[in-house]
Design a protein around this ligand. Structure first.
Ligand SMILES: Cc1cc2nc3c(=O)[nH]c(=O)nc-3n(C[C@H](O)[C@H](O)[C@H](O)COP(=O)(O)OP(=O)(O)OC[C@H]3O[C@@H](n4cnc5c(N)ncnc54)[C@H](O)[C@@H]3O)c2cc1C
Length: 687
């Protein structure tokens, strides 16, 4: 494809035709004959129709909540079904973050008005319905008993936090994608509480050895590849079998492939040298000095200053750590890159790191990612909300959203409800309850909780609890979450991948750094589209960052980019990039792209204390996340941010710790009872 064609219009103008073709009768006739309400009834039975209805009403940057509300549909309505929304911005969607930003800018309360007291009382109010918040509810109920009354509030239109489910449909067949939290990574390293929780929910991770088809792509001869784009490298070129990392399951990069790379000949020679030759680029250093040097030098610095490679080598590797670090090799230490299998370290005498995760393959994946864990938590917490009882049947089970927040339920989950304040009634040290105020449909409401767990982003807590001590607020505000975008693209079939011989593409110069076929997982009644002739969901990664700046600055700049990039920009880039990569395999973005869901996460991974920018040798107890997560009155703090680790087990472990602290607090409190409810008084252990 010529540059001109790509720039001009890779199918953007074909939206309507495409959707008419797909949904034509259901949507066109439905909207016309039945009117909005009738059409929404139609949407319940044909979730794929939601796409076009929503598009025509509000555009792709609309908030789903706005759309639902404009139709008189809310979480209590049977037609409310966020996982089925496509062709729009998901993840941190419009409507979910504005109140938080007003709070941050100290503008919220100027025009907010007085909250209305709902007179609802709970033993525990949880702020944040991600895995940590849901797990906090779970652990609290475990300790406090089935009668405990719990309210979980979340600002998004769907629960799960980052663990979000995206649904697609192909001729009546359900296709799933993960909008965030991808897999259960290295479950063998999970704490007893975290793995115990998964087991209690019914998840037996060993079954993934059967459910994940590890041979599918290799049996079709598909290999990893690198795509060099014309804008960055002067020509569009897909090099199959040219993986730039060297983990156990990738083949060494053949020299012939390196010579085909559209980079300077000197860079090709340098790359060959890095890969093949055992050269100690840091001679004369003791092992300890070597370690420190590699921790405090970026991989880019190491390549240019120590290995003295041509700058084109840096161009090839720049985005290689994006999926893990959300920044490129300019902001990731050489040591970390060594552990990831990047070349140049063969001749440097260092001990191998003990890598527990190496012992387990990366196969513990539900088709909707860890959204299945969130869904199983909700199923356990709120009986009747999701049918079934196994890890297999959760995959295709449909959530009844109206059942999540019913007055007859001991546990309630309220969506579209950003919390704007959590304030003790009286002195935090002696208060018996916390008033939690949230915004819903433009109005403020207050509920009362015996205890409160902040399972939201840690950086939000100081705005919600302004009376916290300054040292704690500063510690909580220290971390900057790492922004990234998971985009799911449903395509008509994946024959182009088969023809080209690749299943995952690293794109060092392109808008999306990675384009992958999905993990081939089938369980329960869900079948992965294993034949290339079937429609499937592609996974595209973009990590906005600003190379050259310190990593926190890069995260802030990336966040700003994500909040200001409209859906149409993503769509344009998806079409252009897929056309350029897959076009030679017969892929036509106009014909072959069926649906797009952009899951943007301006507040993505928990900040992981990048050693390149953090002090060396700081004791764990002095890390800001440890200081910040201390209980404040009756408020405890969960979320993976509290661990400084962006992992599901961290989210669960932090929930467990927060509930342990709650229990200890309760047992120590003078009366041992909350005036809100007696449920927990009778069941919590006393210390
Ligand atoms: C794209 C992506 C991929 C990932 N992949 C993996 C993976 O493969 N494996 C893995 O282990 N981990 C992965 N992670 C890390 C993931 O974040 C954790 O695994 C875990 O899901 C975090 O859960 P959490 O509950 O701590 O936080 P979150 O999931 O962020 O949940 C917190 C919730 O609180 C809400 N909230 C914030 N402020 C408020 C407020 N004021 N009022 C109400 N609600 C509020 C948030 O919007 C959110 O819904 C991934 C993360 C991202 C972003």
């Amino acid at each position: 494809m010529s540059r001109k064609t790509r720039d001009r219009d890779p199918g953007m103008g074909c939206k309507i035709t495409r959707r008419d073709f797909l949904n034509g009768v259901a949507v066109g006739a439905g909207m016309g004959l039945l009117g909005a309400r009738g059409a929404l009834a139609d949407l319940a039975t044909h979730p794929e129709a939601m796409t076009s209805a929503l598009q025509s009403e509000k555009g792709a940057d609309a908030s789903a909540q706005e759309y639902f509300l404009s139709k008189g549909v809310n979480q209590k309505d049977a037609n409310y079904y966020p996982p089925g929304l496509t062709d729009m911005m998901r993840g941190s969607h419009p409507g979910s973050f504005e109140a938080a930003h007003l709070l941050r800018d100290h503008r919220f309360w100027k025009s907010a008005g007085a909250p209305q007291d709902t007179h609802e009382t709970y033993d525990l109010v949880v702020v944040g319905g991600g895995i940590s918040g849901l797990a906090a509810g779970y652990f609290f109920r475990q300790f406090a008993g089935q009668d405990a009354r719990i309210l979980i509030l979340d600002n998004h239109d769907d629960f799960g936090g980052h663990a979000k489910r995206n649904e697609f449909h192909a001729n009546g067949r359900l296709l799933l994608g993960y909008g965030g939290t991808q897999s259960i990574e290295a479950p063998g390293t999970y704490s007893p509480q975290a793995i115990g929780l998964l087991r209690d929910l019914g998840i037996d991770v060993s079954r993934f050895y059967r459910y994940f088809d590890r041979n599918l792509y290799s049996s079709l001869g598909l290999k990893p590849s690198v795509f060099f784009d014309k804008e960055s490298f002067g020509t569009d070129r897909l090099l199959v079998g040219a993986a730039v990392q060297f983990s156990d399951d990738t083949e060494p990069l053949p020299g012939s492939r390196i010579h085909e790379m559209p980079i300077a000949p000197a860079a090709q020679q340098d790359l060959l040298r890095l890969i093949r030759e055992s050269i100690n680029y840091l001679p004369g250093l003791t092992p300890e000095q070597l370690r420190t040097r590699l921790i405090k030098t970026s991989y880019k610095g190491f390549l240019l200053q120590d290995a003295k490679v041509h700058p084109d080598v840096v161009k090839v590797y720049q985005k290689a750590p994006h999926d893990l670090y959300c920044v490129g090799i300019d902001a990731v230490s050489a040591l970390s890159c060594r552990y990831m299998g990047f070349p140049g370290f063969k001749g440097i005498p260092m001990e191998e790191r003990r890598r527990e995760e190496k012992e387990e393959p990366y196969i513990f994946h539900f088709p909707d990612g860890n959204a299945s864990i969130a869904r199983m938590l909700v199923r356990s917490l709120i009986p009747g909300s999701i049918p079934g009882r196994t890890m297999e049947d959760i995959v295709t089970a449909r959530v009844s959203y109206p059942r999540l927040d019913r007055s007859d339920s001991r546990v309630r989950l309220r969506l579209n409800s950003p919390v704007v304040r959590a304030r003790h009634r009286g002195d935090p040290q002696t208060a018996k309850t916390v008033d939690v105020t949230y915004l819903q449909n433009g109005k403020l409401y207050t509920v009362q909780g015996g205890y409160c767990v902040m399972a939201c982003y840690n950086c939000m807590a100081p705005y919600l609890c302004p009376e916290m001590p300054t040292w704690q607020k500063e510690a909580l505000a220290y971390a900057v979450k790492e922004p990234l975008v998971y985009t799911n693209v449903q395509i008509r079939n994946w024959t182009a991948f088969q023809k080209l011989g690749t299943d995952n593409v690293y794109c060092p110069g392109s808008y999306f750094s990675n384009v992958d076929l999905d993990f081939p997982v089938s369980l329960g009644s869900y079948r992965f589209p294993s034949s290339p002739s079937e429609s499937c969901v592609l996974h595209l990664l973009r990590t906005p960052c600003m190379p050259g700046l310190p990593c926190k600055e890069q995260y802030r700049a990336g966040r700003m980019e994500l909040y200001t990039t409209p859906f149409s920009t993503f769509e344009h880039n998806i079409r252009a990039q897929l056309g350029a990569i897959l076009g030679p395999g017969g892929f036509d973005p106009v014909r072959d792209i069926v649906a797009i869901t952009v899951n943007r996460w301006p507040h993505g991974y928990a900040y992981e204390y990048n050693p390149l920018f953090e002090p060396l040798g700081r004791p764990a107890s002095e890390r800001p996340c440890v200081i910040g997560r201390k209980p404040f009155g009756r408020i405890t703090i969960a979320n993976s941010d509290s661990a400084g680790r962006a992992y599901t087990n961290a989210a669960i472990d932090q929930a467990y710790r927060a509930i342990q602290e709650t229990m200890a607090m309760h047992a120590k409190s003078e009366s041992g009872n909350s005036p809100v409810s007696s449920a927990i008084a009778s069941s919590l252990p006393r210390v």
